[in-house]
Design a protein around this ligand. Structure first.
Ligand SMILES: Nc1ncnc2c1ncn2[C@@H]1O[C@H](COP(=O)(O)OP(=O)(O)O)[C@@H](O)[C@H]1O
Ligand SMILES: [Mg+2]
Length: 511
């Protein structure tokens, strides 16, 4: 048998799937594309996560685009973290040209350009669906992470959440959070010391300062109502999976905010989605472009949490795909969990580069057809070494692949197109109004006014002295609050702590 025939047989035999799959391209041997060697990914193992790596300009983002397109066509929705703003083009049809027609013919796939259902989303000021979370939902663990506080301050934050939990004070936005912190060291000091012990005002001051810093980074846009429901990621339109493009171009300089946002999203998905069992296709795929930003500045603690949740989220039918320059950007514990590997060309400029190449080559299955480390540095743009997991969880044969061209636009949307897309979105209608319901801030303000009035009655006609709330009054206030029906109506926002189980607790008091 000739080498080419052997190659065809290996790829064919190694990619026999019972269930549906997507086609990424065709195999290349000795620098030439080989027909009839489609390189496929079975949908069934797409919840086993993946990596798309390669030097700048080698085709990572286009590969991501191709995978998201093919998934959408199969009815699988996805979420794309768009850090460079180059993914909005998915909403518009691609443009056929000679290069693309020839490429498609070589690969043996039809080129049928079409726009796909796209929902633009934002956590800041970009146009699109506003994604928000309440402070209550975010929970004390993530709040401490994002504020980068020490253990003592973490304890104070945990206490504040606990206090609000017990006393039914909804923490919606950062204004609420700040107001409660203020309360803890001023008017409420006596009652809180009695119930929870001493709270250091130095710690509270530090936390306050960090919240203000966070606000200056624009995080106050992120906290509030209406909070985003992750079920809205899983929609389909005309049988096609909706592609949610989260526009994060302004987050590059705020890696801490990004990694915390990622973790909060993954936790929320994990908490909300039902167990998926042995499904034929994923429920949702999440793609993180420029993923080194998630890991490079994350604390050890945060990293461990990300690792843990990535492992767990598989059972919910969610696949997470990291897009980054070299696999060494991804921590080993995460790398070891990734089923799909798409490796575009690497450049060997420095000793560090060469080390990364050796390490990368070791992470790929041996192939009788290639010397991996050589292919790694010599592949062309839009080519990649690909191996997936077959339905039994065994790696498919390593294939140097000519990746198909995206059927959607390879360029970004124009402003007018973005405006039109956003104006037609029913999710924008759902999420983009500001709601400032009565929450901790207003409730505490009201309480203080009430106390002052009572105090006036008692002390008249003497001049008013500084008021200190009495524990008894404290209790009646709490009773009043718990009777407040509006508070109960706030339902999902209230008292929900994000991924309680996974993210653990500080004090052990919280479940
Ligand atoms: N699969 C592909 N089909 C057609 N052209 C491609 C493909 N992949 C990459 N290209 C070309 O290479 C350019 C760079 O690709 P891109 O995905 O943006 O690189 P990266 O994300 O690795 O920096 C694209 O603008 C496109 O012209
Ligand atoms: Mg890119």
């Amino acid at each position: 048998m000739s080498n080419i025939d052997q190659f065809k047989t290996t790829l064919t035999d190694g990619q026999i799937f019972k269930k549906d799959f997507i086609i990424l391209g065709t195999g290349i041997l000795n620098g030439t594309a080989v027909p009839e060697t489609h390189v496929k990914i079975p949908l069934k193992t797409m919840n086993r996560h993946g990596l798309i790596a390669g030097a700048t300009g080698t085709g990572k983002t286009k590969t991501l685009q191709v995978i998201a397109e093919q998934l959408s066509l199969k009815g699988v929705p996805s979420v794309l973290m768009d850090l460079k703003g180059d993914l909005s083009g998915l909403a518009m049809p691609g443009e056929a040209n000679d290069f693309i027609m020839k490429r498609s013919a070589t690969i043996g796939v039809e080129y049928s350009p079409q726009g796909l259902p796209v929902e633009l989303m934002t956590i800041s000021n970009e146009k699109g669906v506003r994604m928000r979370a309440t402070v209550s939902e975010f929970g004390p663990v993530l709040m401490s992470q994002i504020l980068e506080v020490n253990d003592t301050q973490q304890g104070v934050i945990a206490l504040v959440f606990r206090y609000c939990d017990v006393n039914h004070l909804p923490l919606v936005d950062l204004k609420d959070f700040k107001r409660v912190l203020q309360f803890v060291t001023n008017e409420g000091k006596e009652a809180i010391t009695k119930e929870f012990g001493q709270v250091s005002s130095a710690s509270v001051n530090t936390i306050m300062r960090k919240i203000i810093e966070l606000e200056q980074q624009g995080a106050d846009r992120f906290f509030g109502e209406r909070s985003f429901e992750v079920e809205d990621f899983t929609r389909t339109k005309d049988g096609k999976g909706v592609i949610s493009v989260i526009r994060l171009t302004d987050i590059q300089s705020k890696p801490k905010l990004f990694s915390t946002f990622m973790l909060s999203l993954l936790s929320e998905i994990y908490e909300t989605f039902p167990e998926q069992g042995d499904a034929d296709q994923p429920k949702l795929c999440l793609f993180i472009d420029e993923a080194h930003l998630v890991f490079s500045n994350a604390s050890k603690d945060l990293l461990e949490k990300i690792e843990a949740i990535i492992k767990l989220i598989r059972s919910k039918g969610v696949g997470v795909f990291f897009c980054t320059q070299t696999p060494t950007d991804v921590p080993d514990n995460v790398l070891g969990q990734l089923g799909l590997k798409v490796q575009h060309a690497l450049r060997a400029f420095t000793a560090k580069d060469r080390k990364a190449i050796t390490k990368t080559a070791e992470n790929y299955p041996d192939s009788p057809f290639y010397k991996t480390s050589e292919v790694l540095t010599s592949m062309g743009i839009g080519e990649a070494l690909i191996t997936a997991l077959n339905e039994k969880g065994i790696p498919t044969p390593l294939a140097h692949t000519l990746v198909r061209a995206p059927i959607t636009r390879m360029d970004i949307l124009e402003d007018a197109e973005i405006n039109s897309l956003v104006s037609k979105s029913d999710l924008v209608q759902k999420y983009n109004q500001d709601i400032d319901q009565e929450s901790a801030y207003e409730m505490l303000e009201r309480k203080m006014m009430q106390l002052e009035k009572e105090q006036e009655k008692v002390t008249l006609p003497k001049p008013a002295t500084k008021t200190v709330p009495k524990p008894k009054q404290e209790e009646s206030f709490i009773e009043e609050l718990s009777k407040n029906t509006m508070v109960r109506q706030m339902g999902r926002t209230l008292f929900r702590e994000l991924a309680r189980g996974i993210l653990g607790s500080f004090s052990g008091k919280r479940r």
